[in-house]
Design a protein. Structure first.
Length: 346
């Protein structure tokens, strides 16, 4: 089969590799689509501490069941179209026992422990079926859009914890693909005013598709001052830092209204993860700093339903569809910031 084999940082190509064997208690999927995300780009650029190269990456997958294992007893049959998110929970830690899977202490991922979806076929292990995040694609949902339910799931989890409510002012710092989902989802949750902030004019232009009420170019305007102006000095009720910039976390605290919630959604580089935040503002303004990562199966189900119902606009989210053979070109455009979301169709 054809697959993208990553041999070393910035050394990758579509090449011929053996079709994976169907696990005895698992599935073999014919990949329909696999989405490209920021973590994929980071792995392509500099590798990943959980990935041993050479390797096949790609963790936002949809595909058709092509074969079931000899001892498979699960719910799906050949021909079923599935949305496969990468998370495989341990099922044993205290959080899994409490069914708080989003806090699993020992989760593993497809495309890290098991080969990923930038390929014509992907093997789905038994663990991913019993302890993972796999759902049947709703009949009215484009399977390419179902592949990108994974990043939407993370946003659903974050906004659930942030408790965005009708009438609130929400600032999304970062107008990339994840920022766009947060804008869309905040609108679904009833936010009255949504403000997009970024330093990249091209990304701000792309995010206009999601109709934020205001757009702030932080490279040209002090975002804290501008948010204060737009809120009559009060500040924002919810701020989502959907980027890897330490300055965004500092500014989020400074633009927050009293009792605001700040969702630290974007992780920071290891050597920049201790920004100089004014903790007096947190103390005296009773701010809530909320960290979120990954998601639980219920968030994946909600994401698929939101996409199927059109409440999250997947057609707008995906700006580029490439054949797998055009992987290098798609990656180049994504690295140049010219793609909101790309999916690859083997």
């Amino acid at each position: 089969m054809k697959a993208v084999l990553v041999k070393a940082p910035m050394d990758f190509a579509v090449t011929d590799v053996p079709v994976p064997e169907c696990p005895d208690k698992g599935l073999l999927l014919k990949v329909y689509a696999c989405g490209l995300c920021g973590s994929d780009l980071r792995t392509l650029r500099r590798g990943h501490h959980r990935v041993t190269l050479p390797w096949i990456i790609g963790h936002e997958v949809s595909g058709t069941v092509a074969q079931t294992g000899d001892s498979y007893t699960g719910p799906w049959e050949c021909g079923d179209m599935l949305s496969v998110a990468p998370l495989v929970f341990c099922g044993k830690c205290r959080f899994c026992r409490q069914k708080r899977y989003e806090l699993c202490e020992n989760y593993r991922e497809i495309a890290q422990v098991w080969p990923g979806g930038f390929a014509e076929y992907i093997a789905v292990p038994e663990e991913a079926i019993s302890l993972g995040t796999i759902q049947r694609v709703p009949e009215n949902l484009d399977p390419a859009i179902a592949a990108v339910a994974e990043p939407v799931s993370s946003c659903v989890h974050a906004q659930e914890k942030g408790g965005i409510a009708p009438g609130e002012t929400v600032v999304v710092m970062g107008a990339g693909p994840i920022g766009c989902v947060h804008i869309n989802l905040a609108r679904v949750r009833g936010a009255e005013t949504i403000i997009a902030v970024d330093i990249n004019e091209y990304r701000l232009k792309l995010c206009r598709d999601y109709q934020p009420d205001h757009i702030v170019n932080a490279a040209k305007t002090d975002p804290v001052e501008r948010i204060r102006q737009l809120t009559d000095g009060r500040g924002a009720d919810v701020i989502i830092t959907a980027n890897p910039a330490p300055s965004a976390q500092v500014q989020a605290v400074e633009m927050a209204a009293k009792a605001a919630r700040i969702l630290l959604f974007g992780g920071l580089p290891a050597d920049q993860c201790c920004p100089r935040i004014n903790t007096n503002l947190i103390h005296y303004n009773a701010l809530h700093l909320i960290g979120t990562a990954i998601f639980a199966p219920r968030h994946h189900i909600e994401a698929l339903n939101l996409l199927a119902e059109g409440k999250i606009n997947g057609e707008k989210f995906i700006t580029h569809r490439f054949p797998l053979s055009d992987f290098k070109n798609g990656v180049k455009l994504a690295m140049e910031g010219k793609v909101r979301k790309a999916v690859f169709l083997p």
